[in-house]
Design a protein around this ligand. Sequence first.
Ligand SMILES: [Zn+2]
Length: 429
Amino acid sequence: MRLGISTSRVPAYNGKKRNEFGVMSRLLILFAMALGLSAANLRAQDLVALARVLPEESTLSDQGGTVELRLSLTQPVPYRVFSLDNPRRLVIDFNEVDWIGFDAEVFDKSAQVDGLRFGVFRPGWSRMVLDLVAPLSVRSAELTTSAAGPAQVILRLEPTSDELFAANAGAPEGAFVAPRAEAVEALAPLRRQIGDRPVVVVLDPGHGGIDPGAERDDAVEADLMLIFALELKETLLRTGNFKVVLTRDSDVFVPLETRVSLARQAQADVFLSLHADAIVEGRASGATIYTLSEKASDIASQKLAERHDRSDLLAGVDLSNQDDVIAAVLMDMARTETAPRSDKLADALVVGLSNTVSVHKRPRLSAGFSVLKAPDIPSVLLELGFLSSKRDRQRLEDAQWRVDAAAGIRDALLFWAAEDAADALLLRK
Ligand SMILES: [Zn+2]
């Protein structure tokens, strides 16, 4: 079973067809399949080649009181539009398109849209998310095609009231919403490892797809973390003591809650989220290791956790159904046992990484990272370095440094797993 890539096994639009069309009007879902894509029109090469965005012929502009989006593509693709509230966003999903040459700043000339992201959302599906300054609704949406020329998605947005915007907001049936807490809870309880089987390590390369994470010069956090996770996986497997599962193994977006539920599905003994964020608040360089805490150890840590949660929102994840008080209580109870195990893991990582590379002068921090909230899996978030530091950036791009860092993490995990198994056996007595 290859749980590490189970996100890619989920069919893109996995809602029941009946429901998809049933909520069509309310949710502004505009399937364009019928417009330019009847089966008879599809030629074999259309199915093979990815549609490319034509940046020169694409604009987002204000037209009097309305906003017009024109996105030109080399060929028509199925797409749909919906809106999300808090913060107000308009989301457009496309059958995968190639964005090469597309520049959000050049494209977005509208004063009503103050932020724009685009990229892979799920394998085979691309997404564009517009941050709306004021509530806007879709007045019309069309896909124009010509026999030889490109296709064009044309959306016209008009002002609406806060109330109507809120009433119409929500991801359509079959869209990718993060799994709810109780769905995670419903899985069988994990059996704590006692050293009689391989330790299941879930590696979680941060960010991906529409959410690149930190970017400095040519360095992209999402890419660097994927490279490191794949290398670390090999390092861990060579010991023969671990089973390793990745939350993503390609440049794809995975919501935070999904990362946690993938870890549960994998029956993880350890969850390790890998990051290299950029930070403004005067943190020099070196690795830092975070555990979960309601109260952040400092303002920089709190901001970092908030920014990570926000990247889900900005990617267009609908979190409106997430609150579940009962599940939250259960989770707090389970964490009472898990938190000390996470702390020991973090301490071991500080030692392991200090032995092979270097850690920050204050390497143990805590904050409310959503990705660390699995109730019964010891979880830590590792900032391997900061992309805001040139020295860290060079280290992360250095293959030998990564070998050394992976060795430090391996040693820490071996040490922790042995101690944790001994603790579990003591508890049984
Ligand atoms: Zn990050």
